[in-house]
Design a protein around this ligand. Sequence first.
Ligand code: NI
Length: 388
Amino acid sequence: MPVKNRFAELLPEITAWRRDFHEHPELLYDVHRTAGKVADLLREFGCDEVTEGVGRTGVVGVIRGKTDSKGRVIGLRADMDALPINEQTGVEYASKTPGKMHACGHDGHTAMLLGAAKYLAETRNFDGTAVVIFQPAEEGGGGGDAMVKDGLIERWKIDEVYGMHNMPGVPTGTFAIKPGAMMAAADQFDITVTGKGGHAAKPHDCIDTTLTAAQIIVALQSIVSRNIDPLQNAVISVCVVSTDSTAHNVIPHVVKLKGTARSLDPGVRDQLEEGIIRVATNIAAAMGATAEVQYDRGYPVTMNDDQATEWAAEVARQIAGDVNMDMQPMMGGEDFSYMLNERQGAYIFVGNGDTAMVHHPAYNFNDDAIPAGSSWYAGMIESRLPAA
Ligand code: NI
């Protein structure tokens, strides 16, 4: 199974969908035009069921195979939302909306999965049910979580779920995947240090919040270097320091710190949360101040199941000849993780070639990746639900 021939024929059509989505980017859950077009196309392809409004604005399509001897259901997921970025690609189908752009290639993911849905609805050469999942709000809105909470897995009785993302720097149309953690858990924290403000020339009458905050910032790095197993991975970055003082000679009463904590392992994630609270509150106490810590868990680790990774890699290998399985995990977050937490499955990268990185204003999805990407989505169904 190299690239499926049908996708060479469908390439102009899939490319046209992709460029139409690119021209009309929508943010977070506000993907009404995109979701409407996805639903219309799925109906036009002859999908057996099309449901809109799942997890607010997600779309779910059902395609039944020629037979269904085992009642098995495989889910395929794409994301639909764009980013609040001013496009600088200069392409003729560039965003028509200033300040919004498809800078992560979700236009390409949606188009590739639509292509696979069209092919699967035409051929139905499988034993079981394919569920195509189009989610909103991947970029920070937790749309994958919203769809899961809206009953995605139970309503459609999904047994396994697979997702794909393009990746700049990986050769076009090739694939990269690894078992275990692919993407990080992405959490954020807010620390409010309260002391006693006053005249900067009379520190003995104050409780110095800036000195306390500075010690907290330094000590937080000891969590990564001293508490976390050196063979594990973790990042703590303090990114914002603000105070209620604007004067050179006033010790502020309150200093606020904001930052992010990334990890690839649920145990390390627990250690980061516990450690940040412990270090901040106790350093503050040692200085006679108080620290209030708000730790908010974001997307969980995107954790590929070992077996499902091998199944996904095998389909990719048949398309591209070889698969990069030595890639490093990335410390970015991905909310397909919520679906992978529910069912066995895997998340794979398809190469976008030598382009700007995702989330850059000059980034563009590479249409040359479409045949490989659509072939992989369709191939997952045909390989996991082999025709009876
Ligand atoms: Ni993305």
